[in-house]
Design a protein around this ligand. Sequence first.
Ligand code: NAD
Length: 276
Amino acid sequence: SKVPPIILNNGVEMPQLGFGVWQVPDAEAERVVTTALESGYRSIDTAAIYGNEEGTGKAIAVSGLPREDIFVTTKLWNSDQGYDSTLRAFDTSLEKLGLDYLDLYLIHWPVPSRGNYIDTYKALEKLHADGRVRALGVSNFLPEHLRRLASETSVIPTVNQIELHPYLQQHAARAFHAEQGIATEAWSPLGQGRGLLEVPALIAIAQKHNRTPAQIVLRWHVQLGNIVIPKSVTPSRIKENIEVFDFSLDDEDLAAVSALNEDRRLGPDPATFDMG
Ligand code: NAD
């Protein structure tokens, strides 16, 4: 594969770049994920709340690829938090995906106001012990939530999937994850495409390397060591976004992208987000 792996803290290999399917309607998911698999992507990031696990699963099934060649992530939605409800939600997701095991299962948001991400995580540990998930992880967890997990549960999460792009570079979270052996996975790695990809500094670096601004941003993530899951429904962009392993940014380019940080979120604040 053209995408190198990141070795997670439990020895499982995860492609450093995968394909995200948020906001892809279920009816389109099979076509879009098929394009991604044909373009060389071997990691797919979905979630129960995206409503497209079935279309995603169909694309995997018809791809003809061996199951072990594809790394599949899905996420437990907020309203399913709790021990028993997590076990049930997992079965539903796996059935929709048409799979008999999952590669990575994430708690989508900590929802600290519900106060049950610990019980939820214990259900994930049970699924892991039963061999139904190869790796456990979390999403949108702040260091305080990770510290609580570390003191009350036994399996360290392999990844924390957080909002991370040039406008929100998450220096403190990345340093904390590195210290704990948790891989940082970037959601909305392209800043959702809005505005960011038209920034003159990025266009200049893109011209210098004869690449696109999206490729420059993705390459910046890769050189920082982040796992990335860009999304697109446009075949040419799906292909473009994976072509980032045959060139390098120099120190000056990296510094210019890093200079774009504004500590600005596009999505909700994990400390308070409680949609269920
Ligand atoms: P993204 O940063 O990947 O941006 C996607 C958008 O950027 C596209 O819709 C398109 O408008 C534009 N784009 C993509 N490729 C382009 C290209 N080559 N040139 C120009 N424009 C391009 O945004 P995202 O979808 O929010 O995030 C990626 C994935 O992260 C999601 O699909 C989902 O899997 C995951 N995610 C997770 C969470 C979470 O809470 N865990 C939240 C948001 C997203």
